[in-house]
Design a binder for this molecule. Structure first.
Ligand SMILES: *[C@@H]1O[C@H](CO)[C@@H](O)[C@H](O)[C@H]1NC(C)=O
Ligand SMILES: *[C@@H]1O[C@H](CO)[C@@H](O)[C@H](O)[C@H]1NC(C)=O
Ligand SMILES: *[C@@H]1O[C@H](CO)[C@@H](O)[C@H](O)[C@H]1NC(C)=O
Ligand SMILES: *[C@@H]1O[C@H](CO)[C@@H](O)[C@H](O)[C@H]1NC(C)=O
Ligand SMILES: *[C@@H]1O[C@H](CO)[C@@H](O)[C@H](O)[C@H]1NC(C)=O
Length: 422
């Protein structure tokens, strides 16, 4: 982490270009992403979900509670999952599915699949059944805890035998869901195109036909005003290759961006996200705040944090926590602790390591929410956001898992003339 003044912009750009070189070479050794074949980077890619078959056992059960999450308005909650399995084995595992209905009826035949699959969407996370109880393979009983975030859809939990590479579906749980799955969530700020403009981007389940998105904002303690937001989304056929186009696909909901203009220099503003429903009622987020930029050239200290490759991890220990990117939580927590000493963050590529598993983007924007909702979170494209063969990317690898930049450029606002070239 470094602190430097805005005056040393040349130094900053030099540093950024050195870092982005590291980024490319640092991850260039990773193997290629294929749906379910395992690339050794994204843990979900180790699950051969498209090969899954039904092996339901009448005496096996999975039960999840509570049934309703976030009843106090929270956007994350803990769930307890109780498993009973008459024929337990060490490599039994529990998949978290969202939407809860992952049945074969939602599958579409695809050239990218070896056969017509029983299950065609990857779980959003998983744990081995023995995770909290090593005796599981003797007793067939286990109780697991998952921390779920609001990702606009309901959830179910499925017990598989056969390990990750040869999954057999043994039992499926009841369905649970957040009190308001469509709630506006995970705001991220970006500096606008001019010095006195801040943009706010967030996700919700509200299409513009259903509700009008906006931001209510103003100087702290003074009267607040409202600014409209634009709404974007993207579709499965916007993805360039598997797994984003196949098992990694998940509906991203709607991504809204509002432009807060004519800000006064170096002033504290408060804001909240709103949706006005057709019946005239409002849905609100919690309240956030940020400090606006100084006037260009104004004598001021600006503390800039620049990094790439931070990673994404699960606080509940899912997805082989200790093998993947646990350090990203330490980095996130340290940045949150230092937030009062930071004016802007540049995450210069390799943002979520979703690698074509779209569910991971909400989990990343949730992980960095405290940072990104308080200071501008400026992103640049890395190989893990952009690279897909024959899609115009600079490198021809599969490092984005078929996202080919579409997800990154929609999930985050960048003050570029052409969003596709950020
Ligand atoms: C399930 O449990 C019942 C009652 O113990 C037993 O009669 C039945 O055979 C079991 N089913 C299987 C498939 O093991
Ligand atoms: C739990 O299962 C996994 C996968 O089979 C295995 O690698 C791990 O050693 C097991 N853990 C315990 C405590 O038995
Ligand atoms: C799951 O989705 C399919 C396709 O939309 C639908 O036909 C089926 O009834 C759904 N199942 C449940 C349990 O909702
Ligand atoms: C990172 O965070 C984990 C979990 O809070 C903690 O156990 C670990 O000691 C931290 N590592 C470092 C290097 O601070
Ligand atoms: C990317 O993946 C495709 C199959 O999905 C494969 O044919 C191609 O060789 C891969 N490209 C690279 C550079 O590894």
């Amino acid at each position: 982490m470094r602190s430097l003044s805005f005056l040393s912009m040349e130094y900053l750009f030099l540093l950024m270009s050195i870092l982005s070189q590291c980024l490319k070479f640092g991850s260039g050794t990773a193997a290629v992403v294929h749906a379910g074949n395992g690339d050794g980077v994204q843990p979900l890619s180790k699950i051969a979900i498209h090969k899954a078959v039904y092996a339901l056992h009448e005496n096996a059960s999975v039960k999840a509670h509570p049934l309703v999450l976030g009843t106090k308005g929270g956007d994350s909650d803990w769930v307890t999952v109780e498993i009973e399995c008459p024929k337990p084995s060490e490599d039994d595992w529990i998949a978290v599915f969202s939407p809860a209905n992952f049945s074969s009826s939602i599958c579409q035949p695809s050239d990218d699949m070896e056969q017509f699959p029983d299950i065609c969407s990857a779980p959003i996370k998983y744990k081995y059944a023995n995770d909290s109880d090593a005796d599981y393979k003797k007793t067939g009983k286990s109780s697991l805890k998952f921390q779920l975030i609001n990702q606009r859809e309901d959830f179910s939990f499925a017990l598989f035998s056969g390990g990750l590479s040869d999954p057999k579906l043994v039992a499926v749980s009841n369905v649970i869901s957040f009190a308001n799955p469509k709630a506006p969530l995970y705001p991220r700020l970006s500096q606008g195109k001019s010095w006195n403009e801040m943009t706010v981007t967030w996700a919700s389940g509200y299409n513009v036909i259903e509700a009008v998105p906006f931001v209510e904002w103003g100087m702290k303690g003074e009267s607040q005003t409202r600014s409209p937001a634009g709404t974007l989304t993207f579709h499965q056929n916007d993805m360039c290759a598997p797994p984003a186009r196949t098992v990694g696909w998940r509906d991203p909901g709607f991504i809204h961006t509002s432009f807060l203009k004519d800000l006064w220099p170096s002033s504290v503003y408060t804001y909240k996200l709103g949706h006005k429903l057709v019946d005239g009622s409002f849905v609100w987020s919690k309240s956030y705040s940020f400090k606006s930029s100084p006037y260009p050239g104004q004598d001021s200290l600006q503390r800039v944090v620049i990094f790439g490759d931070m990673g994404k991890a699960e606080r509940d220990g899912s997805n082989e926590y200790s093998n993947y990117q646990p350090g990203s939580l330490n980095t996130t927590d340290q940045l949150i602790k230092d937030l009062k000493n930071i004016d802007i963050v540049f995450h210069i590529g390799d943002i979520t390591y979703a690698n074509g598993y779209i569910s991971q983007w909400d989990q990343f924007t949730s992980q960095v929410e405290r940072i990104a909702s308080t200071v501008p979170y400026m992103i640049a494209s890395g190989n893990h956001e952009r690279d897909a063969p024959n899609s115009g990317s600079f490198y021809d690898g599969n490092d984005s898992g078929g996202e080919c930049g579409v997800v990154a450029e929609t999930m985050f606002y960048v003050p570029a003339e052409n969003r596709a070239k950020f």
